[in-house]
Ligand binder design. Structure first.
Ligand code: NI
Length: 165
């Protein structure tokens, strides 16, 4: 299982709701956490490892001692308030970052890995991370939120890199 990178079509696909939190899903979650910490990144969606299931994992401070891994299954944003601009990057969008406008505070509803319903309130970095990861489940990347001019520049840069390697 590897991190899929743009323009892999799996990143454009819509992930399906999880119906059973079974052993296979637990294995997927463990593997996703491993990959996220290995990167390291603050969040990862199942699409990014080529699995079209609505699962995200995240940890605001993956580099620090005392990790705090979190998992949300079938996450949904139920409340979003105010706006915030945030410089975003993504493990699936190599060597690029850009400012994106997001909701500043969100409430996200879903299930944890033990099938417990979760209502999570988040702001700033965590709010941005949750919106970014849930976007992945809907086939949306942060570069879909930037201007077409900036996106074209990124595509050009990527083409140039491909030629060099
Ligand atoms: Ni991402």
């Amino acid at each position: 299982m590897d991190i899929r990178t743009y323009p892999d079509p799996v990143l454009k696909a819509h992930a399906k709701p999880v119906e059973n939190i079974d052993g296979e899903l637990q294995g997927l979650i463990d593997r996703m956490l491993e990959i996220m910490y290995g990167a390291p990144g603050i969040g990862l969606a199942a699409n990014q490892v080529g699995v079209l299931k609505r699962v995200i994992v995240f940890d605001k401070s993956p580099r620090e001692e005392g990790r705090d891994p979190a998992v949300l299954i079938n996450p949904e944003i139920v409340v979003g308030e105010d706006t915030i601009r945030w410089e975003e990057a993504c493990l699936s969008v190599v060597d690029f970052s850009a400012e994106v406008v997001r909701r500043a505070q969100v409430t996200v509803r879903g299930f944890d890995r033990y099938e417990k319903p979760v209502d999570m309130e988040a702001e700033e970095l965590l709010a941005v991370c949750l919106q970014h990861e849930i976007d992945h489940l809907n086939g949306t990347l942060f570069i879909d939120h930037i201007s077409s001019l900036k996106r074209a520049l990124y595509k050009k840069k990527l083409k140039k890199r491909e030629k060099e390697t």
